[in-house]
Design a binder for this molecule. Structure first.
Ligand code: FE2
Length: 441
């Protein structure tokens, strides 16, 4: 084969060393990207489209479509995925029944079960162009067998993803027996990130003290922080202000993430006005899981029903870092999901009233750069010379077109190696009086 057929084709398709005719976000024109030894060596602007010739047989032809750094999944629970309905379904659809159903399934969890489901889910994520994943792992379990299993998965899955593991106290730190000791042990075993769930602790005082404890634990062991914070419609759930103040005082903004913060969707504007001043001083990141939150929240409302999301556009407009995530795939909290974070982006932009022209032009920020910043990936992420050759080819030439066409990741390159290719189905037409070219795709 002497030419690059659509997207990718080379004598050794697993080891391409360049892409031609790539469109890059935020830059005009077409580019050729070259790499070797897993590192980007050159990003060259093209005068125009390059015709494929024999000299390109070790490359990919992007055909004018977007090439981006990998998609990012900054919040998922890989230890719980693919368990919905085992043994019982969450009939009320509430977060709290999800925790009850998970407690039943947890009794049947084994090391092999956890690892098998996590690996299957990681493959689903990688099939959709994701290469960076932060997973929360339940550490309210004597012996911490699930955490040990996930630490093994972190190593075994390196060919597909970089995995950050959060020590997540699903049933509390202060209100769960030996909660503090389990968190300390999880960090010593190798968890990358310290988690928390202050709104689930039995009392407000316990919630506050859990935040002091986990921030000090992270500081002492030089870990990142990602707290399930105020994941409720209760407007009186105000642990975010405590987390933000601790973050400000410790100057840890680049290392702290507040996940969910759905109560912010129920705070009144006067309180939010004051809160945002603190959030900007703290500089922490935010993760919103729009499909999961609109499913779980608002369950105690009649009508009008709240959407149950944090204030995504307002956080973004305030200059704070906010990104989207999946949270669950087929587990007691959310029965759907397929690993495609572009589906979450689509839903999130709808739910958050973010289909304005300017938001559509930069929509991918919320599942790429912003997620990478929340995960503190630093110079390990991005299309720049000297950075890892981790690249994803998309099926459209712009953020807007990708969303409009519900596009996909077509190819994923990791450390210079092609790890995933996707073929899209084509529409065939019968003879009609209207020519296909006149129809809108
Ligand atoms: Fe979560």
């Amino acid at each position: 084969m002497n030419a690059i057929a659509p997207n990718v084709l080379a004598p050794n398709p697993l080891a391409p060393n360049h892409i031609i005719n790539a469109r890059l976000r935020g830059r005009s024109g077409l580019f050729s990207l070259h790499w070797n030894d897993g590192v980007i060596r050159a990003i060259a602007p093209q005068d125009g489209p390059i015709a494929v010739t024999a000299q390109h047989t070790d490359g990919l032809d992007a055909e004018g479509k977007l090439v981006i750094p990998p998609l990012v999944e900054p919040h998922i629970h890989l230890d719980a995925t693919l368990t919905a309905g085992e043994p019982n379904w969450n009939l009320s659809g509430t977060l709290f029944e999800g925790i009850e159903r998970w407690a039943e399934r947890k009794a049947r969890v084994t090391r092999d079960d956890t690892k098998s489901r996590a690996h299957r889910t990681i493959r689903m994520l990688a099939a959709n162009g994701i290469q960076h994943v932060r997973t929360h792992v339940d550490v309210t379990e004597p012996g911490l067998g699930t955490l040990q299993a996930m630490l093994e998965v972190r190593d075994e899955a390196r060919e597909l993803v970089d995995l950050q593991i959060v020590a997540f106290p699903q049933e509390g730190i202060e209100s769960f027996a030996n909660g503090r000791a389990l968190m300390r042990e999880a960090v010593e075993m190798g968890a990358d990130v310290v988690g928390g769930i202050p709104h689930f602790e039995n009392t407000r005082d316990q919630g506050v003290s859990s935040l002091h404890f986990l921030m000090e634990l992270a500081e002492r062991h030089d870990r990142l922080v990602d707290v399930h914070c105020d994941e409720t419609d209760d407007p009186h759930s105000r642990f975010l202000e405590v987390l933000a103040e601790l973050t400000r005082v410790k100057d840890m903004g680049a290392r702290v993430t507040a996940s969910h913060t759905t109560a912010m969707g129920s705070y009144d504007n006067a309180y939010c006005f004051k809160l945002f001043r603190l959030l900007k001083q703290a500089g922490l990141s935010f993760v919103s899981c729009p499909t999961e939150s609109i499913h779980l929240q608002g369950r105690f409302d009649s009508y009008p029903k709240r959407r149950g999301l944090t204030r995504v556009p307002e956080l973004d407009r305030a200059g704070l870092n906010v990104c989207f995530a999946q949270d669950s795939i087929v587990d007691p909290w959310y029965p759907l999901g397929n690993g495609n974070i572009l589906r979450i982006l689509d839903a999130g932009l709808h739910i958050c009233h973010m289909l304005g022209h300017e938001d559509l032009q930069r929509a991918l920020d919320f599942v790429t750069d912003h997620g990478a910043r929340a995960m503190a990936l630093g110079e390990g992420y991005g299309i720049e010379v000297g950075r890892p050759a981790n690249l994803v080819l998309l099926s459209a030439a712009s953020d807007y077109e990708l969303l409009r066409t519900q596009g996909h990741a077509l190819a994923s390159i990791r450390h210079g190696r092609l790890i995933m290719r996707r073929s899209l189905s084509e529409v065939s037409w019968a003879e009609t009086s209207t020519q296909p070219s006149q129809a809108c795709s």
